[in-house]
Design a binder for this molecule. Structure first.
Ligand code: AMP
Length: 628
């Protein structure tokens, strides 16, 4: 089966998914199935084997995770599904995704197992029972051999990123595992490419698989000028606002994100930064949707943050920019999106944000649009300041040309005489006054010379940055992903919107009980443990010594704090903002915390075998680390 993306695709409710899963999808704000999901979910629900050609970013995890979850019998805490992934990072990511989609399946338990993690911990976790195992081939094999993992009841097996497993030298382990699982199981194999070796594995181990491949768009020549900006997720908002400031001929922008929730979140953040903006998503009634479009046409708002479905057919001539804030699932969606600019004979401009692991989309889009997409780097604070100074200068020049200023000449002359100050000083003070609401310099820009570009260091990958911070804080002996401050932070990090009045430190009983709290900011938002500590210490007055382990996950984190905090303090903790995200702190439910931290130690032999230079496809095996 070959499918093409269909922007008129119906929602998830037409695919045969059960209510708890539909509820979880509504919670995470997915509006429509991605093409690979629309194609795979019914096939897998019907019990067929499946061979899917799909890259990361297409939504393939949910494509297999949702049908898999639907088939789980929660009453039997034995492994009913196994997902093999090439790396522990992917294993963790997939386990987190399953946990998210199973939010309304009480008692559901997924266990990631991978090389490098303590065997003792894994054996204990396995003995407690899990419905789904997500693991790397080497470690899964170890457990099967030790009989600590028994797969007699396995009804579904997923091979995720099969070509990656091949490249990493795991293919023999994968075949071994396939041979040691019940032949009655349903099997799904996903791979970004389909080399012969993978096809042979599929032929030998899959039963009449249905093939799903997302056809790429037919080439279209577009008139829009296109650029891309490579950024890590945590830097995207900053990059977006800086780019919007320095772009030439900016009139209005349509910004595309993937989820309904993201439309509202991003619109809120842009509004907080002074933009006139509205969200456009499938939850809006037709009337409200039209209102947003009318406001955009009339110029009362300049930015609309939309999902693909909600922006379908939108035709507003003043949209000068289309921003692909979240990368589209495929090239056809991209072409649809950028078709919303360059209307009424104007030249449009399209900007695409790509995380390092999404860079493969670039070539595909260039091929589909028959055009080179130029690289754009995040403007430095100095560049932004230069642009603001240029705009301010133009305003001053225009006022001198158009306004009658005689009265004001007198005011200035009087100031010069009475106060004995030079006109240049008066002008500088007035410039400061005039730009007080929107300072010409960005925080971090060079203090003195707007014409000199103040450099911002290239964004360090979150993990490296985190290591640096941990080291600086003296936390050298803590296990991976954990952060326990060595001493209370006294200084208040300079953050927007924080008052400078010191907060009274609270005291808690020495050695008192600690509890795990959940906060709604995580790795994807680029947060660093020291920022969490700083905010909690400074805003809530909880001393660093009373703040325990911090574990960062994709979109949230856990923090250990004293148990049974007062309602007042909980209220403060809920409202504290870090990187503009309200922490919405709450106590974690028992069992909610899944310790999926990758170990810091280099993994031993288990999963990371020595490269074998004579792999069947002749490909050079490499140890590849997934980007986050
Ligand atoms: P994947 O290709 O599975 O790694 O998914 C890529 C990203 O797309 C993940 O962040 C998912 O949460 C997100 N995603 C997957 N399916 C959908 C959907 N139907 N609507 C919006 N976002 C989605």
């Amino acid at each position: 089966m070959t499918t093409s993306p269909d922007l008129n695709a119906a929602g998830f409710d037409t695919l045969g998914l059960a209510q708890p899963l539909l509820q979880a999808l509504a919670d995470v704000g997915y509006e429509t199935p991605s093409p690979i999901q629309a194609a795979c979910i019914p096939v897998l629900l019907a019990g067929h084997d499946l061979l899917g050609e799909a890259q990361t970013g297409t939504g393939k995890t949910a494509a297999f995770a949702l049908p898999l979850l639907q088939k789980i019998d929660l009453k039997r805490a034995v492994p009913q599904a196994l997902i093999l992934t090439p790396t522990r990072e992917l294993a963790i990511q997939v386990a987190e995704a399953l946990q998210k989609y199973a939010h309304h399946m009480p008692g559901f338990h997924v266990l990631p197992i991978y090389g490098g993690q303590s065997m003792v911990v894994q054996l204990r976790a396995l003995s407690r029972g899990a419905h789904v195992i997500v693991g790397t081939p080497g470690r899964v094999m170890d457990h099967l051999e030790r009989k600590s993992l028994v797969l007699n009841n396995l009804s579904m097996l997923v091979l995720d990123e099969a070509d990656e497993m091949l490249r990493m030298g795991f293919i023999d382990d994968v075949k071994w595992i396939l041979e040691h699982t019940p032949a009655t199981r349903q099997t799904a194999l996903f791979s970004a490419t389909m080399p012969d070796v993978i096809r042979r594995v599929a032929h030998a181990h899959l039963r009449e698989p249905r093939e799903v491949k997302i056809r790429s768009a037919t080439s279209t020549v577009v008139a829009t000028s296109q650029s891309y900006c490579q950024t890590h997720t945590g830097q995207k908002l900053e990059a977006l606002t800086r780019i919007l400031e320095v772009e030439d001929d900016f009139d209005a922008a349509l910004i595309f994100v993937r989820t309904k929730t993201a439309t509202v979140e991003l619109a809120d953040k842009l509004e907080a930064r002074g933009y006139s903006v509205a969200a456009l998503n499938g939850d809006l009634t037709q009337g409200l949707r039209e209102q947003v479009i009318e406001r955009l046409k009339a110029g009362t708002i300049d930015i609309v943050v939309a999902t693909d479905v909600a922006a379908r057919g939108l035709d507003v001539a003043r949209v000068s920019h289309v921003i692909n804030y979240d990368v589209p699932y495929d090239t056809e969606a991209y072409v649809h999106r950028i078709g919303r600019t360059g209307r009424a004979g104007r030249t449009g401009r399209a900007i695409l944000f790509l995380a390092p692991r999404e860079m493969y989309m670039l070539k595909l889009i260039e091929r589909a649009t028959k055009q080179k997409i130029s690289a754009l780097t995040m403007p430095t604070p100095g560049e932004v300041a230069n642009r603001r100074v240029a705009q301010f200068t133009q305003q001053v020049v225009d006022i001198i040309k158009t306004e009658k200023l005689d009265f004001f000449f007198d005011v200035v002359r009087r100031m010069e005489g009475e106060q004995d100050i030079a006109a240049r000083e008066i002008a500088a003070a007035l410039a400061w006054l005039a730009t007080r609401e929107r300072p010409l310099q960005m925080p971090g820009a060079n203090d003195h010379a707007p014409r000199e570009l103040a450099s911002t260091p290239a964004p360090a990958p979150a993990a490296a940055q985190e290591r640096k911070e941990r080291k600086a804080a003296g936390a050298t002996t803590k296990p991976a992903g954990d952060y326990a401050p060595s001493e209370p932070r006294r200084e208040r990090p300079a953050k927007e919107g924080r008052s400078d009045t010191p907060v009274k430190q609270r005291s808690f009983a020495e050695g008192g009980t600690m509890q795990r709290y959940r906060i709604e900011i995580g790795r994807n938002q680029g947060v660093l443990p020291k920022e969490i500590v700083g905010a909690i210490a400074n805003e809530a007055g909880i001393a660093g010594k009373d703040i325990g382990q911090i574990n960062l996950f994709e979109d949230y984190s856990s923090v250990e704090l004293p148990a049974n905090l007062s309602d007042d303090l909980m209220d403060i903790l809920r409202r504290i903002r870090v990187r503009q995200f309200a922490l919405k702190t709450r106590v974690m439910e028992p069992g909610e915390f899944v310790d999926t931290r990758p170990p810091r130690r280099a993994p031993p032999a288990g999963d990371r075998k020595k490269p074998d230079w004579k792999k069947p496809d002749g490909a050079k095996p490499v140890w590849k680390k997934r980007e986050h």
